[in-house]
Design a protein around this ligand. Structure first.
Ligand SMILES: [Fe+2]
Ligand SMILES: [Fe+2]
Length: 393
């Protein structure tokens, strides 16, 4: 019988040292004594996975809740929700659930074995897989090992858990594609080390994790909080918001010509998830800035411009490497324009001025990202998910 069960008169004959609801004052006095002896009033846990979280018997004030440095507002009790964008993103992510093995790769297997793909098209597929088979894993590691610990909003943490799982699904998806179509695994899985244009993108992101992984790191000083904000911007704005998108263009261009349709369908789901990740990340970044306006100095904003410029150059170099001679109506120049165009859009989202002014050479990408507008553009299975879930973000 549990301690919380209703006591009846017959139970009064039982001897128990554990008091329960409704028992006499002696038992309550015992309980108070046990509480005094066994339970300290305050547990201060410094610099652990809770951050500087204080476990006390006092009610926290939800108004103290912050995305960073908000331990006073409670990091473990979800409700009442303050950062609504995070809770909305969590629910939308759940509604968009998918798994790689639900998608047939049969047509891709046949096409890859045939002589209908050009060498340049094969190179583009291989390099795309070479980048992505580790990119989402790098993002997941950054989320779990660097970001999560320092985020003090329980609702943001809920979404980080969902996002981390989705990154695992994406890594699973790339593995499944490589295995299904029988790519040379040792070649693909080592590309992130052996191909300079991929290595340099990964290094750019990973180098921004280094200081934050230090066990003594906290976000308490403005300088450290800026370092943390820099990490959020590199990962959510540059990595997920710029580094992924030229590959998304390429994979959806295959689909528009009815080639590699299984691989492309996997990428449609991934792109939908990634748009959510980026949008959540941008909301979180802007909230950190709103809650800590002293961090958003002109010097820091210059730093952000520099990171975005560097990211764009790395992505343009990568694009040149993936399709040096152009394929499927894409050229290195159109990829450059597209990357610059989306970089401007990302800058605007974090309230900075655009710097490139490039036109979007692929207006159809906007429709592809906004699934709600073009339901028939997508294949059967996506439509089924649309019936069952919300696709708004
Ligand atoms: Fe991902
Ligand atoms: Fe992501």
């Amino acid at each position: 019988m549990s301690d919380n069960s209703t006591q009846t008169s017959s139970s009064s004959t039982q001897t128990s040292s554990v008091p329960s609801v409704g028992q006499n004052t002696d038992a309550q006095a015992n309980a108070a004594q046990v509480k005094d002896i066994k339970r300290p009033q305050t547990v201060e846990i410094e610099n652990t996975f809770y951050g500087d979280f204080k476990m006390t018997q006092e009610r926290p004030n939800v108004n103290d809740r912050r995305v960073i440095n908000g331990e006073e507002g409670d990091v473990v009790q979800l409700s009442p929700i303050k950062h609504q964008f995070a809770w909305d993103a969590y629910k939308a992510g759940n509604a968009n659930h998918w798994l790689p093995e639900e998608i047939s790769m049969q047509k891709d297997i046949e096409l890859w074995k045939s002589d209908e793909l050009s060498d340049n098209e094969r190179r583009a597929i291989e390099m795309t897989m070479g980048f992505f088979t580790t990119a989402d894993s790098i993002v997941a590691n950054n989320l779990v090992l660097a970001i999560y610990k320092h985020i003090t909003s329980p609702e943001c943490r809920m979404y980080l858990l969902r996002q981390s799982f989705e990154e695992a699904v994406h890594t699973h998806s790339y593995q499944y594609i490589v295995e299904s179509i029988g790519l040379d695994e040792s070649k693909i899985f080592n590309m992130y080390r052996e191909i300079d244009s991929i290595y340099n993108k990964d290094m750019f992101a990973v180098s921004l994790t280094e200081g934050i992984l230090d066990s003594a790191f906290t976000t308490k000083s403005d300088e450290a909080a800026q370092m943390f904000l820099e990490n959020l911007i590199i990962f959510y704005v540059v990595m997920e918001g710029i580094f992924f998108y030229s590959s998304f263009v390429m994979m959806l261009s295959f689909q528009r010509q009815n080639k590699m349709v299984g691989t492309a369908e996997q990428f449609q789901y991934i792109m939908r998830d990634e748009s959510m990740h980026m949008n959540f990340g941008i909301d979180m970044i802007n909230t950190v800035i709103d809650e800590n306006p002293q961090l958003w100095t002109p010097e820091f904003q210059e730093k952000v411009y520099k990171m975005v410029r560097n990211g764009v150059e790395l992505e343009v170099t990568y694009g040149n490497d993936v399709i040096p001679y152009g394929i499927l109506g894409l050229s290195p120049e159109s990829i450059r324009e597209y990357v610059q165009h989306i970089a401007d859009r990302r800058l605007e989202r974090i309230r900075l001025k655009p710097i490139y002014g490039s036109e979007n050479p692929f207006p159809w990408m906007s429709e592809a990202i906004d699934l709600g507008k073009e339901k028939n553009f997508f294949e059967r299975r996506v439509t089924e998910y649309q019936v069952g879930g919300t696709l708004e973000w």
